[in-house]
Design a protein. Structure first.
Length: 210
């Protein structure tokens, strides 16, 4: 089954440049959507995270930095590559600090442009895969019973079975049974792997239990 072509969303107020860029990118195998302003993109923002946004810095209405900020506030995580006709160092710094993936000056060569898009989409794919892995771990943790979740929270903080039994007021053999069930449900083989899961899910900074 052929995978869909990566999407590139071009936001630029220069109609001639937009059309030329779209022709180039489509010839390179990308699915291209054009917007003549930041407001146009916000009216119909890209869905999902497959692809990237090529964003002009200087535009009437919302400029590139303002649009980048609005997208971030709305929770859009598609990579942003800035295109500009001026070498504005402060703007470059601001864009990068705000999470831009690249900053290219017009006119940009085909190879430099495609390389930047390839890097941005690869980063996007990596972030999506990371989120999917975390989602799988969260789903497994959610299968724990309330008592198992309490034991899990103590195990990942280095408590021994005897200590856990004392804190929860249960027999040590009960703790061992819960640990066995936790290891099976989370599909791990050691306490170190349990701790790694808790750390990746940001659970070590919260109090034990749910």
């Amino acid at each position: 089954m052929t995978s869909p072509a990566p999407s590139v969303h071009v936001v630029d107020d220069d109609a001639v440049f937009r059309v030329a860029l779209a022709r180039l990118l489509r010839a390179c195998g990308y699915h291209v959507t054009l917007y003549d302003s930041g407001d146009r993109l916000l009216e119909n923002p890209p869905a999902g995270r497959d692809g990237c946004i090529l964003l002009d810095l200087d535009m009437p209405g919302l400029n590139g930095l303002e649009l980048q900020e609005r997208l971030a506030q709305a929770g859009h995580r598609m990579p942003v590559i800035f295109l500009t006709g001026r070498g504005d160092i402060p703007a470059t710094v601001m864009a990068m600090r705000a999470g831009a993936d690249d900053f290219l000056s017009k006119p940009v060569g085909k190879n430099a442009l495609v390389d930047a898009i390839t890097r941005a989409i690869a980063k996007c794919d990596g972030a999506r895969a990371h989120d999917e892995r975390l989602g799988t771990l969260r789903d497994r943790v959610d299968t724990l019973t309330d008592r198992e979740a309490e034991v899990f929270a103590l195990v990942v903080r280095g408590r021994l079975n005897k200590q856990i039994a004392g804190e929860l007021g249960v027999a040590e053999r009960t703790v061992k049974a819960h640990r066995h069930s936790i290891v099976e449900k989370l599909q791990v083989r050691s306490s170190a792997e349990l701790a790694s899961i808790a750390e990746r899910l940001g659970m070590l900074g919260s109090p034990p239990g749910r």
